[in-house]
Design a protein around this ligand. Structure first.
Ligand code: MHF
Ligand code: KIV
Ligand code: MG
Length: 296
């Protein structure tokens, strides 16, 4: 600590150098909520940062306590939390309710709400109406929407209206029916140039960061070095400024096949199944509840 904090207050974030503890996005000690300005200064310092999805208050509180600086209430809730086949059916009501839960479960993280399919494609005015609802009803600090050049007008109006926007280019899963799957994007010289144009367009429109999903690592590195806003990679190699994963993939809870870019840091599906099986066997066998779990 480089200076004394006012009595009764947490240390503030005004450190004296690049590695001041209060300033680091991950591992920092600041107690106020992280803002998009903190995100911008991380790129200036060359600091990499982690992002995870979250869909409920309890899980989000775990990630917040660990210091995950940015959480995305992703429309991946469709297939990971709500039992849909893809992200396409997710509604504004669903995103709003779960975003509000994640905001309530966190104190420090910047919470980004994902605009679902159909909530911004009609144009900037529809996008502003949807984003405003997420900001006012759920309390998110930023929103995310898919698309590069095609979404620049939406991004510009939101940013002019005071809503920070995280953009999302490369593989945009809301277009699954147009792709016919989830193919790698930006392969080949022409596609790589289009990806760079998309990334520049969202930066020019005022986005504070841009997700690069499922693109060749080399192309993602080139985009990252060409932009002044941070890139957040998912299946985009090691040269992005930040990384994001769907939390149930990261923790080994997702059912069935996970994308190849996922690294599983736990086997929660196994662990939770083991716990449920042990509980069930205790109930069937009469071992639970025991005397210490009973009242007299
Ligand atoms: N659980 C989960 N994790 C995700 O990362 C995720 C979702 N759901 N739902 C929405 C999208 C869909 N995502 C995906 C899904 C599959 C691949 C995938 O398997 N792609 C092929 C590409 C092969 C190629 O074109 O060469 C692969 O084999 O990896 C990629 C992204 C990412 N998002
Ligand atoms: C994987 C991230 C980027 C996403 O859009 C989501 O989880 O919905
Ligand atoms: Mg999404």
């Amino acid at each position: 600590m480089t200076h004394v904090s006012p009595a009764g207050k947490q240390p503030d974030s005004s450190g004296t150098g690049p590695s001041a503890a209060g300033k680091a996005l991950y591992g920092g000690t600041g107690s106020r909520r992280i803002t998009v300005r903190d995100i911008a200064s991380a790129k200036e310092r060359g600091e990499k940062w982690p992002m995870l999805t979250a869909y409920d208050a309890m899980t989000a509180s775990v990630f917040d306590e660990v210091g995950i600086p940015v959480m995305l209430v992703g429309d991946s809730m469709g297939n990971c939390h709500l039992g849909y086949e893809s992200t396409v059916p997710v509604t504004m009501d669903e995103i709003t309710i779960l975003s509000a839960a994640v905001v309530r479960g966190t104190k420090r993280a910047l919470i980004v709400g994902d605009l679902p399919f159909g909530s911004y494609q009609e144009g900037p005015v529809q996008a502003l109406r949807s984003a405003t609802r997420l900001v006012k009803e759920a309390g998110v600090g930023a929103v995310k929407l898919e698309g590069g050049e095609r979404s620049a007008d939406q991004i510009q109006l939101l940013v002019e209206s005071g809503i920070p926007v995280m953009a999302h280019v490369g593989l945009t899963p809301q277009s699954v029916h147009a792709y016919g799957g989830y193919p790698v994007q930006g392969r080949g010289e022409e596609a790589a140039q289009q990806l760079l144009r998309d990334a520049k367009a969202v930066q020019d429109a005022g986005a504070f960061a841009v997700v690069l999903e499922t693109v060749p690592a080399e192309v993602a590195g080139e985009v990252t070095r060409s932009l002044h806003i941070p890139t957040v990679g998912i299946g985009a190699g090691p040269d992005c400024d930040a990384q994001v994963l769907v939390w149930t993939d990261m923790a080994g809870l997702t059912a069935g096949r996970v994308p190849r870019f996922v690294k599983q840091y736990a086997q929660l599906r196994q662990t939770l199944g083991d716990a449920a099986r042990a509980y069930a066997e205790d109930v069937v066998g009469g071992a639970y509840p025991a005397a210490e779990h009973s009242f007299r």
